[in-house]
Design a protein around this ligand. Sequence first.
Ligand SMILES: *Cc1c(COP(=O)(O)O)cnc(C)c1O
Length: 361
Amino acid sequence: MRRVFNFSAGPATLPQDVLEKAQADILNWQASGMSVMEMSHRGKEFMSIAAEAEADLRELMAIPDNYKVLFLQGGASSQFAMVPLNLLRGKTSADYYRTGSWSKKAIAEAKRYCNVNVVANTEIDGSFTAVPEQGSVAFNPDAAYVHYTPNETIEGVEFPYVPDTGDVPLVADMSSTILSRPIEVSKFGVIYAGAQKNIGPAGLTIVIVREDLIGDVKDGAPAMFDYATHAKNDSMYNTPPTYSWYLAGLVFAWLKKQGGLMAMAEINERKAGKLYAAIDASNFYAAPAAVNCRSWMNVPFTLANAELDAVFLAEAKAANLVTLKGHRSVGGMRASIYNAMPEAGVDALIAFMADFEKRNG
Ligand SMILES: *Cc1c(COP(=O)(O)O)cnc(C)c1O
């Protein structure tokens, strides 16, 4: 059976071991006689799947007991609204970093609910290639929270530090960097992530929220947009995305088997490091992101001659390397190399790039 190396930014490649496990379970999960897709979310079988997934995620990320883990729907894009609705708590403004396409979207949504104070804006001539220097940003002491995007998926720009916001809760859209390395959860008020990059299939959104930030939603907010609704009901107020939750659980178990997030960090740093090194060593390829904030997960790069882009993509595809086209807003190429991208895939891409350069450079 032919499997390609899929560099899609999301939905993204999944570990083959996980897909094989899902395949083995598909008709009959653990002698239940049912597929996980067919189970009641309130039955004891699915309850055990759900509980194990949460326990494994808590273990992987060392999530403290005073944080709830919510398994929701609606994508990271719904969190752009849920965060202000739940965290404003009578305040009228929030601080936002503006470092790329996803933080721009988060800002646009938050403006529907509050005054957005842009504390840093790294856009230059329509591009985002850097993050503010650590400690260079002044926060508003009256802000309800500070929001940032640790990894800008489209631009491939990643914060090499966690901003220190003092007593003001820090909110992070970790959609494309969660689980790529260990983090200190206690530095954050809310962490959220759509699953389809580094967790599992689309349809699931993980929210990790400090308990004291739950329970004072803005008047008139829908029940489904209130963290308390989901926290009180163990994410089963309504039917959760059961199959995505199960698949995410298989990914968490797989990550534990790989040695956890310390081991993943080492692998991810090595994978990204060798790809950037290959780009830097060539006069034919270039990576636009500033060296100190290059993403481990999304590696945008350009060819010296953009007229070769289409040929590059076609030949890459013929070599089993797919979905390398950059986001339409920035052009060029982008290799997304999340946890599930095997190192062999990165090696194959580097070898292909060298060969392409030899023939076209
Ligand atoms: C993909 C992505 C989103 C959007 O996620 P949806 O689940 O499609 O709403 C938001 N933020 C970041 C950083 C992303 O990478």
